[in-house]
Design a protein around this ligand. Structure first.
Ligand SMILES: Nc1ncnc2c1ncn2[C@@H]1O[C@H](COP(=O)(O)OP(=O)(O)OP(=O)(O)O)[C@@H](O)[C@H]1O
Ligand SMILES: [Mg+2]
Length: 769
């Protein structure tokens, strides 16, 4: 099949006209990413050299998938030559090639958020400032915003408006901290995440030959998720595209959800000013979702005042209504959703990967994790403590970092006394004072005590010098050994493996730590093998890769068949057959901070739109009537976003998630419906177990007649979910016999299949239908 056959008319036109400035603005699921991918394949198919193409994506995983897709059309050898990745990873590579221009070492370190905050904390202390007023995370946010607006520390200090703002907020020293931080990073040969954009802009601004080189290299530039680019990204892209103006951006203003990180919707509006003769393509057909989902999403987003008008429709089936489920508590919400997922999975015999639970904030994941674990449902969490954030991994990576860049202060701080070498805190502090005094990197001080005298005991100096010699010996092997060989050497010689090995007998956590190091070494081996022998991978290459992993990239082989848990922010661009959108409560979603400002509320609404439009077949929304927050049980109201959905697309459903929610026990008589249901959100019945729709409501007596009356003639059916005192939850798979001999075969995920005499089995029916 010709690959163009997989495109509709408007998509095809957007693919074939690949010269000149182009913007595709279209709603969710309309094929923007597909157009971008096919456009690249088409270009190469029509003689464009892949080396001349730059494609910027939201995650590295998306880039990888696109490369594979393009490779399947034009051949993987060619596809590999496209420069494709996130802004951060592509620019990190450009910076590495040109680091010397900016006075950075070629193997500069990329400081992660933790490094940045740790350094800021030190600086705040060194400047004798109060870290309650100057909280490191707040200071970081401020510096980050400055960099994303391309303001250097000196620009910041000279900007009277900003200085006034800081004075008014009682934080007049922010500029001084920013300055000290920049100096320290530079001395340490380190860039933070924001620097990867900021410094790229400096590079292209101050070195015309470099700019010209990349302008001619990247004759064709494509950007996905353009609505979420910030000012620095916008400007860099604009500079790079200035010669050929072959720039294609695709995005959806209705999905702009990163303004808190400086993303600027203005970039879409600026496009027409920057390139007056641009082509604008609109795609209107949604291929991802059912009609109900598309219509429901449209009905909500239409409440936003600020938006570019567009229509989205679909030819797909109407599909089922969006289900709204009320739970009593956050824990019950977890159980209900886990149950639902379990059921659907077994009804459809699909894959676990078809399911996603999306929430507003990371901390909501706990209740779901617990419930999923109990039901043996495999899951993976994006945004939790990732593998590379674990202590033992960070420790060994710090050795790798130091090997690649000895000036890396944060790495040095981490391992100068790990494993223990008797180098105390006071010595370390004196070394820093000396480094500041002589205005050199810490490494310079410790590698040349003769030149930079420090008042520390001779024995300590001796230990430090041994450490320095060890690191120097690693560095000497950086280019002669491949990444794997050197990583092994370091793991052994640094004493880390020995340290962990000696702790191995202590308990499962210690064993795990040791195994994690083994896993890391295996990952480095794979990286080394993949790169091949022609251009062997060095440890420094590996470190760049690791520093820029996003959550979505960090997927391991065993993560393949699992359900996904993630924040809505990280679900951007993805799609799942079944989406469970949870915690739909006022003050949580929309978040408390957003409800007093129209702009912020509109951003939350866009976030809601993003969430709903991730679903292909089913979208389930849930909320809890009460939830633990900061140790208190808080009652909550359903989110306004539920009532903003046109009720034509909704079905209200309540479900047993836990017996305490009114489960009808076969032995304990009836529970349940005490309030009539009239369709309003706040008046939905409590935790009962039957599907209700505002219109097609089953009669109360019919429902009540299903509730237990205490004798064994109870109407239990195949397919019911039940809970057993000892075996936990299960599903009825078979019924036989009658009267006192009536037996049910029930499949319990934890205990396997059991055949039980109903007369004796203490069962609670959880869910009818
Ligand atoms: N012409 C088409 N025929 C069939 N399927 C299509 C077509 N165009 C897109 N699709 C499919 O529709 C789904 C959505 O496409 P895609 O992810 O490219 O949309 P998008 O506009 O980028 O969405 P989002 O705004 O969420 O990023 C994908 O599964 C894609 O393969
Ligand atoms: Mg997309």
């Amino acid at each position: 099949m010709n690959y163009l056959d997989g495109l509709n008319e408007s998509q095809r036109i957007a693919v074939e006209n690949f010269e000149g400035p182009t913007m595709v603005i279209a709603g969710a699921g309309s094929g923007k990413t597909r157009v971008l991918t096919m456009r690249i394949a088409y270009m190469i198919d029509h003689g464009i050299d892949p080396f001349n193409i730059l494609a910027l994506t939201f995650t590295n995983k998306a880039a990888k998938e696109m490369t594979e897709r393009i490779g399947s059309i034009i051949g993987s050898g060619e596809a590999k030559n496209i420069t494709m990745g996130t802004f951060h990873s592509v620019f990190a590579r450009i910076l590495r090639i040109n680091a010397d221009r900016l006075g950075y070492p070629q193997n500069f370190t990329i400081y992660d958020t933790q490094d940045t905050k740790s350094l800021l904390k030190d600086i705040i202390k060194e400047l004798n400032l109060d870290d309650k007023i100057y909280k490191p995370s707040m200071v970081y946010g401020r510096i980050s915003a400055a960099k994303n607006n391309l303001l250097s520390a000196d620009d910041y200090l000279q900007n009277s408006e900003i200085m006034d703002e800081d004075k008014q907020s009682q934080r007049p020293e922010l500029g001084r901290i920013y300055k000290a931080y920049s100096v320290r990073c530079f001395k340490a040969g380190a860039m933070d995440f924001d620097d990867l954009l900021y410094q790229t802009n400096v590079l292209l601004r101050d070195f015309p030959d470099v700019l010209s080189y990349y302008q001619h290299k990247f004759k064709y530039i494509l950007v996905d998720e353009y609505q979420d680019t910030n000012y620095a990204q916008y400007l860099i892209v604009k500079k790079l595209a200035a010669v050929y103006e072959n720039i294609c951006v695709v995005g959806d203003d209705a999905q702009s959800i990163y303004s808190f990180r400086g993303a600027n919707i203005q970039n879409i509006l600026n496009f027409r000013n920057d390139y007056p003769d641009y082509h604008l393509y609109k795609l209107e057909q949604n291929y991802r979702s059912t009609q109900n989902i598309v219509d429901a999403a449209n009905s909500v987003i239409s409440k936003n005042k600020e938006q570019i008008k567009k229509s989205v429709w679909t030819n797909n089936d109407k599909g089922s209504l969006i289900r709204v489920i009320r739970a009593m508590t956050d824990n019950e919400e977890g159980k209900i959703i886990a149950n639902k997922i379990f059921d659907v999975k077994h009804q459809e015999s699909g894959d676990w990967t078809d399911f996603a639970i999306l929430y507003r904030t990371n901390r909501q994941s706990r209740a779901f994790e617990e419930a999923l674990r109990k039901m043996n449902i495999p899951y993976k969490i994006y945004g939790g403590l990732s593998f590379y954030q674990r202590k033992e991994i960070k420790d060994i990576l710090a050795y790798f970092r130091l090997t690649a860049n000895q000036k890396d202060e944060e790495a040095l701080k981490r391992v100068i006394n790990y494993p223990k070498r008797g180098i105390g805190k006071t010595s370390w502090e004196n070394i820093i004072i000396a480094a500041n005094h002589y205005n050199v990197a810490i490494w310079d001080v410790i590698s040349e005590f003769g030149k930079y005298p420090v008042s520390i005991p001779g024995a300590t100096k001796q230990k430090i010098s041994e450490f320095v010699v060890m690191i120097q010996s690693f560095t000497a092997q950086l280019n002669s050994q491949n990444a794997y060989q050197l990583a092994q050497t370091i793991a052994k010689s640094s004493g880390i493996l020995k340290e962990l090995y000696s702790e191995k007998d202590k308990g499962p956590e210690e064993v795990e730590r040791y195994q994690n190091i083994e896993e890391l070494l295996a990952a480095i081996k794979e990286f080394t093998v993949q790169r091949g022998e022609e251009d062997p991978a060095t440890l420094a290459d590996f470190m760049i890769d690791v520093a820029l992993l996003t959550d979505a990239d960090n997927e391991k082989e065993e993560d393949k068949n699992k359900i996904s848990l993630m924040t809505i922010h990280s679900s951007k661009g993805l799609e799942f057959k079944h989406v469970y959108l949870v915690g739909l409560e006022e003050n949580l979603f929309p978040s408390q901070l957003s409800i007093n400002s129209r702009t912020e509320l509109e951003e939350e609404r866009r976030l809601f739109y993003v969430a709903v439009t991730r679903a292909e077949k089913n979208c389930t929304i849930s909320y809890a009537a009460s939830r633990f927050q900061w140790g208190n049980l808080i009652t909550s109201e359903p989110s306004r976003f539920i009532s903003e959905i046109d009720p034509d697309y909704l079905s209200f459903e309540t479900a047993y998630g836990a017996p305490q929610g009114g489960g009808r026990s076969l032995n304990a008589g009836r529970g349940g419906f005490d309030k009539p249901f009239t369709g309003g959100l706040n008046r939905m019945p409590g935790s009962t177990g039957t599907q209700l729709t505002p219109r097609g409501l089953k009669s109360m007596s019919e429902l009540n007649s299903k509730a237990g009356t205490g004798d064994s003639n109870i109407d239990i059916k195949v397919g019911y979910n039940v809970e057993h005192e000892r075996f936990g939850k299960g599903k009825v798979t078979k019924l036989e016999g009658s009267g006192v001999d009536r037996k049910a075969t029930i499949f319990f995920p934890h205990a396997g299949a059991k055949t039980l005499l109903l007369k004796f089995a203490k069962l609670t029916i959880l869910d009818i239908d």
